[in-house]
Design a protein around this ligand. Structure first.
Ligand code: MN
Length: 250
């Protein structure tokens, strides 16, 4: 399907070989793109490339997988917070490779949520690997409703955790990998459609053996259409409406 007007609410354009070109391609494809960062040191270049784009926005992040080496950059992250409405990638990762830093990650994520709550109107894209409960506990404790919005990226929690996330006001950004088998799709089907966005998480997902790009997000729209028995156009329109609701009323 046509990529114009589709939504890729979580990708990493600064990790492609040619960052400037990746931004330009999203812009030319007309895909509403949120390009996340993993360290606040990446912010100036990301800001420079997206400050006058119509479709591409950059998010200010400190990735949980980098907290072990870069927790010291939290103060730089805080200094930059007033410059960005979008925050991410942030969150928690309790996978085996990163569990060692989990206590530190929780400290950093709690601080990030409190700073965002105080600032108000921020929109966060949040990573959770083997940490859905801890992520939701943190949001509940440190990020009161009405102080901003959370989008859970690549959600893998249980149906009960999904209901809890919905009650906390969370949105969910869905990628094609999340639709790749019936067990994964059943997680997506349990989510309310008016809280869904689409994402590629490129370059960490692939299409035909190459890294996904924002213009590939139509594949996810097609998958969601098949899963929910709607037309691709209807799904694309709803996702766009959801994006408007997310950014228009925080
Ligand atoms: Mn990511």
């Amino acid at each position: 399907m046509q990529s114009r007007g589709l939504v890729d609410f979580h990708c990493h354009l600064d990790l492609y070989r040619d960052h400037a070109r990746a931004v330009r391609q999203s812009e030319e494809a007309g895909v509403y793109t949120l390009t996340v960062t993993t360290t606040p040191k990446a912010w100036p270049r990301n800001f420079e490339l997206t400050k006058s784009t119509q479709y591409v926005r950059a998010a200010l992040g400190l990735h949980p997988q980098l907290v072990e080496g870069r927790a010291g950059e939290l103060s730089l992250w805080e200094e930059l917070v007033p410059k960005s409405r979008y925050i991410g990638e942030v969150g928690l990762d309790a996978g085996p490779r990163f569990y060692r830093s989990f206590e530190k990650q929780k400290e950093v994520f709690a601080r990030i949520l409190r700073v965002c709550a105080k600032a108000g109107e921020k929109i966060l894209t949040v990573h959770s690997v083997r940490a859905t409960k801890a992520v939701l506990d943190h949001i509940e404790e440190h990020f009161p409703p009405g102080r901003g919005k959370v989008v859970l990226h690549w959600f893998t929690g249980t149906a009960a955790e999904a209901r809890r996330a919905v009650d906390l006001g969370c949105y969910f950004s869905i990628n094609n990998e999340m639709l790749s088998n019936e067990k994964r799709s059943s997680v997506v089907l349990a989510l309310p459609f008016d809280r869904l966005l689409t994402e590629t998480d490129g370059p960490f997902t692939q299409v035909d053996g190459r890294p996904s790009e924002p213009s590939d997000v139509g594949l996810c729209v097609r998958g969601l259409a098949a899963l929910t028995r709607q037309s691709e156009e209807a799904v694309a329109g709803s996702i766009r409406d959801n994006l408007r609701a997310l950014v228009g009323d925080s």
